[in-house]
Design a binder for this molecule. Structure first.
Ligand SMILES: [Ca+2]
Ligand SMILES: [Ca+2]
Length: 177
């Protein structure tokens, strides 16, 4: 596992701990889902149902695989190696990447404008300067748009244990002043 990959998922852990109690639990996913859905008001019901299902699968996969003692919480020490295991968690990441990136494209033309990208990523909790740096790293076109496919691939890369120097590392960097 690369140190960069560990830092990426530790950041996700801290953001997904939406209720701030230091562990990940079912309540966190309810809060996070509501926040993202508020930012996705332009999306249709199918896209909203898909992100709800993806967040639910993210949580239930963690709970089913990791919470052997059934106390309902996941620690960062449990979370980090598990979500960076492509065999055990990769399919869950793929569904999540498809559902989240689709929210960036409510009109279905395959392109994502910067303002909605920023709103969705800010809803998850990433720093605004880092979100802009990520969008820039994805190589927006002359009209400042990226493709849904690029974002989906970027999310999958974010969870790759052996990748470093990728666009997703911009999210971990110190916020741009
Ligand atoms: Ca929590
Ligand atoms: Ca679009």
């Amino acid at each position: 596992m690369r140190n960069e990959a560990a830092q990426r998922v530790e950041l996700v852990f801290s953001l997904f701990d939406a209720n701030g109690n230091g562990v990940i639990d079912s309540d966190d996913f309810d809060l996070m889902t509501d926040r993202v859905l508020r930012a996705a008001s332009a999306s249709d019901d199918g896209a909203k149902a898909a992100i709800r299902a993806a967040f639910r699968r993210y949580w239930t996969t963690l709970a089913d695989e990791l919470d052997a003692d059934g106390d309902g919480v996941i620690t960062v020490e449990e979370f980090r190696p598990f979500v960076l295991d492509p065999v055990r968690f990769g399919p869950t990441v793929t569904e999540f990447a498809q559902a989240l990136s689709a929210l960036g494209d409510p009109d279905g033309d395959g392109l994502i404008e910067r303002p909605l990208f920023v709103s969705l990523m800010r809803a998850i909790g990433f720093e605004e300067g880092n979100v802009h740096a990520l969008f820039d790293a994805f190589g927006p076109d002359a009209d400042d748009r990226i493709t849904v496919a690029v974002w989906a691939a970027g999310i999958e890369d974010y969870y790759a244990p052996d990748l470093a120097g990728i666009p997703g590392d911009r999210l971990v960097a110190a916020p741009v002043a």
